[in-house]
Write a protein that binds this ligand. Structure first.
Ligand code: NAD
Length: 267
C-alpha cells in the first residue's frame, strides 16, 4: 500500500487525484493540502472531490502531513512548487510533480534536489497518449528534416493560467532537439504585424483559450505540397490523474533521481 498526499487537493486536478486514489486498492490517501485561503480548508477531501467522506481533512500544514506519507503528488500552483519540493525531499519523501509553468531556473532547482538524493517524477503531461505524441513528434521531425516547417498549436479552458502549456513547451523542446535547434532561441510565440517571411529554422507556438477544453495539442509539419498533423485531444482530466497515480507507484520503489513519464511508462 502506498500512502499518498495530494497538494492542491481542492483544485480541478486535485479532486480527481483524491477520488481516484480512494478507489485504487494499491493506494491510501494519507493527506490533503491546499492553499491556506482556500474555502475547502477544514473540509473532508472526499466530500470536496464529490465522493464519499474519506476521513482526511484538507489542511495547509505541508510538513505536518508528511509523517504518514510515502509519496506527495503536487498539482498546485507554479509559485510554490519549488518550496514544496524542498520540504518534501528534505523530509525524505518521494514526489510526483504535475504543476506546470516553471521557469528554467526552477526546473534546475528540482534537478538539483533529485541529484542530492531526492526521488522526483516531473512531467508537464501525465497522459499515456501525450507521452506517445512526444515520441512520435520527435521521430517525425527527425525523419522529415528541415524541408518541413513546424508549428505547435494548443487549446485549453479559459481558466488556465500559463501559456504556452507545459505540454506544448515539451513538444517544442522535443522537435527542436530532433532538428538540432534550440527551443529557447528558435521559437516564435504567436505572430503579428509585418514580420516578413517565415525562417526555415523557426518553431511556431500558438496558444488558444476558451470554454472547458481539457487539453488539445497539434504538431504541424508543413512543406510545399503536403502537411502532416499529429494531434492529441484529452476529453477528461482522469487521463492525467491516472498517469500521476501510476507515477506515484513507480517512484515509491525507484532509485533516487529525476524521472519523466516516458521512464514511468517504459516508452
Ligand atoms: P486549479 O487552479 O483548479 O487547482 C490548483 C489548486 O492548488 C487550487 O485548489 C489552489 O487553491 C491550490 N493551491 C494554490 N496554492 C497552493 C499551495 N501553496 N499549496 C497547496 N495547494 C495550493 O488548477 P488545476 O487545473 O487543477 O491545475 C493545477 C496544475 O496542474 C496547473 O499547473 C496545471 O497546468 C497542471 N496540470 C498538469 C497536468 C499534467 O498532466 N502534468 C494536467 C493538468 C493540469
Amino acid at each position: 500500500m502506498v500512502n499518498v498526499t495530494v497538494f492542491g487537493a481542492a483544485g480541478r486536478m486535485g479532486q480527481r487525484l483524491v477520488a481516484l486514489t480512494a478507489s485504487d486498492p494499491e493506494l491510501n490517501l494519507s493527506g490533503a493540502v491546499d492553499w491556506e485561503g482556500s474555502p475547502a480548508q477544514g473540509k473532508d477531501a472526499g466530500t470536496v472531490a464529490g465522493v464519499d467522506a474519506l476521513g482526511v481533512t484538507i489542511g495547509s500544514d505541508i510538513a505536518g502531513v508528511l509523517g504518514g506519507t510515502d509519496v506527495v503528488i503536487d498539482f498546485s500552483a507554479t509559485q510554490v512548487v519549488v518550496d514544496n519540493a524542498k520540504t518534501v525531499v528534505g523530509a525524505g519523501k518521494k514526489l510526483v510533480i504535475g504543476t506546470t509553468g516553471l521557469s528554467d531556473d526552477e526546473k534546475a532547482e528540482l534537478t538539483a534536489l533529485a541529484d542530492s538524493g531526492g526521488h522526483i517524477v516531473f512531467a508537464p503531461n501525465m497522459s499515456v497518449g501525450v507521452n506517445l505524441l512526444f515520441k512520435l513528434a520527435g521521430e517525425t521531425a527527425k525523419i522529415l528534416g528541415s524541408d518541413y516547417n513546424i508549428e505547435i498549436v494548443e487549446m485549453h479552458h479559459n481558466l488556465k493560467k500559463d501559456a504556452p502549456s507545459g505540454t506544448a513547451e515539451r513538444l517544442g523542446e522535443v522537435v527542436a532537439e530532433a532538428r538540432g535547434l534550440s527551443y529557447a532561441n528558435d521559437t516564435a510565440h504567436g505572430r503579428e504585424g509585418l514580420i516578413g517571411e517565415r525562417p526555415v529554422d523557426e518553431i511556431g507556438m500558438h496558444s488558444l483559450r476558451g470554454g472547458d477544453v481539457v487539453g488539445d495539442h497539434t504538431v504541424i509539419f508543413a512543406t510545399n505540397g503536403e502537411r502532416i498533423e499529429l494531434t492529441h485531444k484529452a476529453s477528461s482530466r482522469d487521463t492525467f490523474a491516472k498517469g500521476a497515480l501510476r507515477a506515484a507507484k513507480f517512484i515509491n520503489t525507484a532509485d533516487p533521481g529525476m524521472y519523466d513519464m516516458a521512464e514511468v511508462l517504459g516508452l
